[in-house]
Design a protein around this ligand. Structure first.
Ligand SMILES: [Zn+2]
Length: 199
């Protein structure tokens, strides 16, 4: 089954679970729960800055932060990265105990703490790391922005279902244009998510 990324590299989806035969994103209610949660979560992540940039520059210099292009970890406990900072994450994951936190909501927090403590990948680590798996080999997908829009549109039109998915009562709705950090974190669902391979 082909694996595809949408919006951000890192999380990968089984193509046939999320894309219909005519190449469109399936309606959300036809997508299995686990990939659906990640898709919904992605909507709130695609515009976010890289976590490492953000830890360096903060809100005061948010303009200096690169936009995230990569996501790893669990929905609600994920790590967002720009390509410059991906080696720091890969190093932490493989060499500094990061993989011990695989599958846990605290995954992102542990990485952020490691960065905040002043750690980083050794010089040159980037050169041995992360070769994109066959970047030209991704299936022919609709434009990613279009998929993103589609998810957002369905989310808007299907707010109650999505909020139920996040384990919330559909009461106080107008403030809930998109899920916040806690909605999915509180859902307590155990998700199997893609991580870098340990080599
Ligand atoms: Zn960065």
């Amino acid at each position: 089954m082909a694996k595809v990324s949408i919006g951000l590299r890192g999380w990968r989806f089984d193509e046939e679970e999320i894309i219909s035969a005519d190449g469109e994103l399936k309606p959300l209610d036809e997508i299995p729960e686990e990939p659906r949660e990640r898709l919904v979560r992605l909507v709130g992540l695609v515009e976010e800055p890289c976590d490492v940039c953000y830890l360096e520059h903060g809100d005061a210099e948010i303009h200096r932060c690169a936009q995230a292009e990569i996501v790893y970890g669990e929905p609600g406990g994920e790590v967002l990265l720009c390509p410059t900072h991906e080696p720091d994450f890969i190093y932490w994951f493989r060499e500094a105990g990061g993989s011990d936190h695989t599958g846990r909501q605290a995954f992102g927090d542990r990485f952020h703490e490691w960065i905040a403590a002043g750690n980083e990948a050794p010089d040159g680590y980037a050169s041995v790391e992360h070769v994109e798996e066959d970047p030209g080999g991704l299936p022919d997908l609709p434009d990613q922005t279009e998929i993103q829009q589609r998810v957002e549109d369905e989310f808007e039109g299907d707010r109650i279902d999505i909020r139920a998915l996040a384990g919330e009562n559909p009461t106080d709705d107008e403030s809930a244009d998109r899920l916040d950090e806690n909605d999915l974190a509180d859902s307590g669902v155990d998700l199997s998510t893609e991580y870098p391979s340990n080599r």
